[in-house]
Design a binder for this molecule. Structure first.
Ligand SMILES: C[S@@+](CC[C@H](N)C(=O)[O-])C[C@H]1O[C@@H](n2cnc3c(N)ncnc32)[C@H](O)[C@@H]1O
Length: 386
């Protein structure tokens, strides 16, 4: 596909999304109907679509065609070449489109920062003087990070293995075992280093959260909201602990045995009925469901789908998950509440209300990490019942 044809394809996909389709579904449907598109074409179209979605409001929130025109303008691309009408490229700009593009958009602060209008007051309340910077960071792409599985390889060995699949990485100063991918991130899942368990895809902020959790030697650790098991795998790798995984939705755990085998670690899955009778744990990590507002660079359409009702539902789930997780903490143990959100309503406010309703629990420390070049936004709070 020519660059113009890729832009035209992105316009069609964006029109589907603007019409209500989910981004991944719209991209999959386009790929299925476009067998001529190779992997590089699919990647390029996906990049266009996601680049627009991260900044949809500041690009005018119009049709796919106008969004792609504004993206091209912002990026300094040759608009006449991309909208040439040649082959499968989109039609040339009309005189009206030229005129419209020449006029800067009048944007509210929320639109300029690509935050939903209804959320802007909460965003500002949560992030204070970092509100604009954190939002603007999420208009761009996120870096890709790997965790070297210390059971299987050193950083040098993993780096060398990745290089054999032409994947470039740099070791990351903030966390031992953390690598930032510099070239060919799309090859990771088919690389020998990944398939043999030398590395896991995991954001630097998640790695940091697990690494910074105070885990006594030989502790029993429960990943209470384990989902795909990313945190459980990291606990088993980073800490000298026996690791258990639980999730209210057992089907979410289905890949964990395979992942654990690949990583060469042991993780015991505990279904809900087994948890109540199980001896309690020294550390319970509660990675609660959330808006993902610290990860919107990677899931930008989630930003635009969030509304007040959904947020309220998430806050109820968070309170329930934290309350449930607390039941499994052994006397003298610790409870960690975590989300990949930056909103106070999903983070400190949930923990404070839990402490208010459960006297005795105390916050030892909490940390709100904001999205930046070094990882996602992520909140952690360590609690104890002294
Ligand atoms: C943010 S995801 C977890 C991501 C996972 N820890 C990882 O690193 O891949 C939240 C998970 O919490 C689970 N969940 C929601 N409410 C729960 C509850 N009350 N008890 C246990 N798990 C819950 C959801 O099914 C979901 O898989």
């Amino acid at each position: 596909m020519t660059p113009g044809a890729r832009v035209a394809a992105a316009i069609a996909v964006l029109d589907e999304i603007q019409g209500g389709a989910a981004a991944e579904q719209a991209l999959t449907a386009w790929a299925r109907g476009s067998r001529y598109a190779g992997s590089k074409d699919r990647a390029a179209v996906r990049d266009h679509v996601f680049d627009v979605l991260r900044a949809k409001r500041s690009l005018g929130d119009g049709s796919g065609r106008s969004l792609m025109q504004r993206l091209a303008l912002r990026e300094g691309w040759d608009i006449a070449a991309l909208f040439s009408g040649d082959g499968h490229a989109a039609a040339p700009l009309s005189a009206e489109e030229h005129d419209a593009l020449a006029v800067p958009l009048q944007l509210s602060d929320a639109a300029r920062c690509d935050v939903p209008e209804w959320l802007w007051p909460l965003w500002q309340y949560s992030l204070g003087d970092q509100a604009e910077a954190a939002a603007i960071t999420q208009q761009g792409r996120a870096a890709v990070f790997l965790r070297v599985n210390g059971n299987k390889a050193t950083v040098a060995q993993a780096t060398q293995a990745l290089a054999q699949d032409t994947i470039g990485v740099v070791a990351y100063p903030t966390a031992p075992g953390c690598l930032r991918v510099t070239t060919n991130p799309r090859r990771i899942k088919t690389s020998a280093a990944y398939l043999t368990g030398l590395v896991e895809l995991q954001d630097a902020a998640s790695q940091e959260a697990v690494r910074n959790t105070p885990v006594p030697t030989d502790a029993r650790v429960l990943d209470y909201c384990a989902g795909g098991g990313g945190k459980a795998l990291a606990f088993a790798d980073i800490h000298d602990a026996t690791v258990f995984a639980h999730d209210i939705a057992p089907q979410r755990l289905r890949d964990l045995p395979t992942r654990a085998k690949r990583a060469g670690v042991k993780i015991t899955i505990l279904p809900t009925h087994a948890l109540a009778d199980h001896p309690k744990f020294d550390v319970v990590f509660c990675d609660a469901p959330c808006s993902g507002s610290g990860t919107w660079r990677r899931t930008p359409d989630a930003k635009w789908r969030l509304n007040a009702d959904i947020l309220h539902g998430l806050m109820q789930s968070q309170a329930e998950a934290l309350h449930g997780a607390a039941q499994s903490v052994a006397s003298g143990g610790i409870l960690v509440y975590a989300t990949c959100s930056v909103l106070a309503d999903e983070n400190r406010n949930i923990v404070q209300s839990f402490c208010f309703r459960n006297p005795g629990w105390q916050i030892v420390r909490d940390n709100q990490r904001l999205p930046d070049a070094h990882g996602d936004g992520f909140y952690t709070c360590v609690l104890m019942y002294p």
